[in-house]
Write a protein that binds this ligand. Structure first.
Ligand code: APR
Length: 321
């Protein structure tokens, strides 16, 4: 069978989780890449050996990119997921981390451009909206072929917390989060509903504020538990949903970081950056970016998050010069 080919660059916690979910769902053959010797090969083989129990025939293989020629195995990839990067270490500023991860994206991006010029890229390395911007600059791919993880994960957390509070199925909760994938993300209350009923009719303002706050701090809450790492199960599942929508051309609407070109609305003047909004994801990548009407209060939150994303994109431009 001619299965889709999905490559995952960075076989750490997030990369390995997403690879495992993709293989379990038999969405395609999964190729895992990492700069650390033995890790991608070992994890891929381990996953492959479990496949008989899933009943999955996805081929899973790992490649070490210490020797850059290993990137030739990207060739023919339909989708490339990129969670390669460094975590912030004590004493490292946010800007130091940004510079280091831009460097990683540069190395990875040039190889994607060389070997998989037709791939759709899902950028996961944090800050993912800014790294999606860097990926576009490095590859020169048309911007709709690149998207960043953000809202898919944040809105899954938002829905999970609403479900916990209301005691209703997560399936019946529709809620999304927009803006940058950071502390100033905007969980969007006005369009959030449970079985079609606005959440403002079901929960007090105080409760909603608590849930919004917990959503914003969702990544940090996991880090506080884990101590030595950050979340990977919910990120892995969120990425899998995005990849599934690309591979199967499902045209799901999933909030994610997409390029604002002005083609799908004015977004209150924000353009030339990657930022989270509800987008339609299909085989061509980002097929539509939904433009949302804001109230004055929402608009001020939107402007704040746009400003912080812009500032970081300017830093990326300076690093890549
Ligand atoms: N090329 C290939 N792989 C790389 C490179 C590189 N240049 N640089 C780092 N890596 C690999 C590391 O060897 C490691 O295996 O990326 C992997 C990162 O994995 P973890 O440290 O386990 O981090 P993880 O929790 O998976 O998060 C990855 O996703 O959600 C974001 O903030 C998170 O930016 C981080 C990324």
């Amino acid at each position: 069978m001619n299965r889709p080919k999905i490559s995952v660059i960075g076989a750490g916690n997030v990369g390995a989780s997403v690879a495992q979910f993709l293989a379990a769902k038999e969405l395609g053959d999964v190729y895992l890449f990492d700069i650390v010797e033995g890790v991608p090969e070992g994890k891929a083989l381990d996953m492959y050996e479990g496949n008989p129990h899933w009943g999955s025939d996805s081929h899973v293989a790992g490649f070490n990119t210490k020797d850059e020629s290993a990137y030739s195995n990207l060739s023919g990839s339909d989708v490339v997921v990129v969670p390669a990067g460094l975590a912030r270490k004590p004493g490292m500023s946010r800007d130091d981390l940004l510079a280091k991860n831009v460097d990683v994206i540069k190395g990875v991006g040039l190889n994607i451009k060389k070997y998989a010029p037709n791939a759709i890229i899902v950028v996961v390395t944090n800050p993912a909206d800014i790294m999606a911007y860097a990926m576009q600059k490095v590859t020169g791919f048309s911007p709709e072929k690149i998207m960043g993880l953000g809202g898919a994960l944040d809105s899954a957390r938002f829905r999970a917390f609403l479900s916990m509070e209301l005691g209703v199925s997560v399936q019946d909760i529709n809620a999304f989060v927009i803006g940058g994938h950071g502390d100033d993300m905007v969980p969007f209350i006005r369009y959030s509903s449970v079985g079609g009923i606005p959440i403002t009719k079901l929960l007090s303002k105080e409760k909603i504020d608590q849930i919004v706050n917990r959503t914003r701090m969702g990544g940090g809450e996991i880090v506080n538990f884990l101590k030595t790492g950050s979340a990977y199960y919910a990120p892995g599942i969120s990425i899998t949903a995005m990849v599934e929508s690309i591979i199967q051309d499902k045209k799901r609407i999933i909030p994610s970081a997409a390029f604002l070109s002005g083609a799908h609305g004015k977004h209150y003047g924000a353009s030339g950056i990657y930022i989270g909004l509800p987008i339609r994801i299909g085989s061509k990548g980002v097929e539509h970016v939904y433009d949302i009407d804001f109230t004055d209060e929402e608009l001020s939150l939107w402007k704040k998050t746009v400003e912080s994303v812009k500032e970081n994109c300017n830093k990326v431009d300076a690093f890549l010069k």
